[in-house]
Design a protein around this ligand. Structure first.
Ligand code: ATP
Ligand code: MG
Length: 414
């Protein structure tokens, strides 16, 4: 027997409805916020992620599935959705359409990580990316879209926001961080020592216990924001306040990508263990230019679908039941089974879910089977029914029976 690869999961026929429910909820929210779906390839040239996610991130340093294809090109399975979305935006000239360009996606993503609850090697994200607006209203809108999605699913999460400023104020802040970390640098992990040189801010995102004790006391970015970044952040907060969306400002949130600027945010749960962030996002005003496009602001988020599902299951949130079989039609012998097939097919072509026996079961066994399928109605075809062209349709929930002409079954069920 060959097993499933480590860190991946099957979706079984009995639980795919949970996926469909979460995806449908995502699509409905996207519609309400006027976001259009985009789809990008599962793999891209490695360079896109190196530049788009950033060389100082764990994702690029340790987690990418990278290989050479037969043509000698370096290819990487997408570890996240933003870089591909930005490439799509630039490559297809979307900068010349009316701004902003508001998009969403539902995609698998691949990261070589140590698998554990809420951390997989193939996982799925619902993400949105809005290109071409730098206004704080857009930040608030994107945060509200994430919040609406999580709300609709019924999960309880906390919203944490921060601003990591622009190039100007971050330069000042990075200086302060370097000054603060320098005396203890030798006691910090290797990754942090390299972050110290490349992007000190990212030290705040380190998951090593040894480094966390130093980051706790580090200076706060909020004390270093320039006037414009401060006003932008105030604007976001006031819109959230006005709409009654609760949040806390957490100056330690810096997010995974290197090209974030200004607003960053996470929706966090304390009910799924260490991997508590179900949704993370932020503004990335530097990315489009970094990838060779014009200098355009952008903002987005990605929510991890597996983590959300885990949270929903752990907290006993009910998924709506999956669609049941409307009617089960039982035959007894070859002729009546053929008739059952004919009736079921006609109903199916009208979009009514109908089922029949495929394994020559007895009538008794078929009733049991229909019950297992959750069939709402069952009809048996015998010699008499063939002759009369009329079936007795049994309502399985109250046991009542109704005689219905074969041609009338569709309207009876509607
Ligand atoms: P973490 O700090 O948990 O590693 P991250 O900062 O790497 O998260 P992002 O790159 O921001 O995560 O991805 C957005 C969301 O995707 C996360 O909030 C999480 O819900 C989900 N996610 C990220 N990595 C994984 C993974 N390996 N398995 C399952 N879900 C994941
Ligand atoms: Mg990670």
């Amino acid at each position: 027997m060959i097993n499933i690869p480590k860190g991946t999961k099957d979706v079984l026929p009995g639980s795919s409805y949970k996926w469909q429910y979460i995806e449908e909820t995502a699509r409905n929210v996207a519609r309400a916020f006027n976001l259009s779906e985009i789809r990008t390839p599962t793999f891209e040239y490695t360079e896109l992620f190196k530049r788009g996610v950033g060389e100082s991130t764990d994702v690029v340093n340790k987690e990418m599935y990278t290989f050479e294809d037969k043509g000698g090109r370096s290819i990487t399975l997408k570890p996240e959705g933003t870089a591909g979305a930005a490439r799509l935006f630039i490559e297809n000239g979307l900068a010349s359409s009316p701004m902003p360009v508001k998009t969403f996606y539902i995609t698998p993503a691949f990261r070589y990580e140590r698998p554990q609850a809420g951390r997989l090697r193939e996982f799925h994200q619902f993400g949105i990316e809005v290109f071409g607006s730098g206004s704080y209203q857009t930040d608030a809108e994107v945060i509200f879209a994430a919040s609406a999605f999580l709300d609709k699913l019924g999960v309880r999460v906390k919203l944490e926001i921060n601003s990591i400023g622009c190039k100007v104020c971050r330069a000042e802040y990075n200086k302060a961080l370097k000054k603060y970390f320098e005396p203890n640098l030798s006691k910090m992990c290797e990754a942090c020592r390299s972050r110290f040189e490349k992007n000190p801010l990212r030290i705040l995102d380190c998951k090593e216990e040894g480094c966390k004790k130093f980051t706790a006391e580090a200076p706060s970015i909020t004390d270093y924001l320039c006037g414009e970044c401060s006003r932008h952040f105030d604007g976001v907060k006031s819109l959230l306040d006005n709409q009654g969306l609760k949040y806390i400002v957490n100056p330690r949130i810096v997010r995974g990508l290197d090209y974030y600027s200004r607003t960053v945010f996470e929706f966090v749960s304390d009910e799924i263990g260490a991997q508590g962030t179900v949704c993370g996002g932020g503004r990335y005003d530097g990315l489009i230019a970094e990838l060779g496009g014009s200098s355009l602001p952008a903002i987005g988020f990605a929510a991890g679908i597996e983590r959300l599902m885990l949270l929903m299951e752990n907290t006993g949130i009910k998924f709506p039941e999956r669609q049941k079989v409307r009617i089960y039609i039982a035959g007894m012998d070859e002729k009546t089974r053929d008739k059952a097939f004919e009736i079921a097919t006609a109903l199916r072509l009208k979009g009514i879910s109908a089922e029949i026996d495929h394994l020559n079961r007895s009538i008794k066994a078929q009733f049991k089977y229909a019950d297992k399928l959750g069939a709402e109605y069952v009809a048996v075809i015998g010699e008499n029914e063939l002759l009369s062209g009329e079936l007795k349709i049994k309502n399985m929930s109250d046991g009542t029976q109704t005689a219905v002409k074969i041609g009338q079954i569709e309207s009876y069920l509607k």
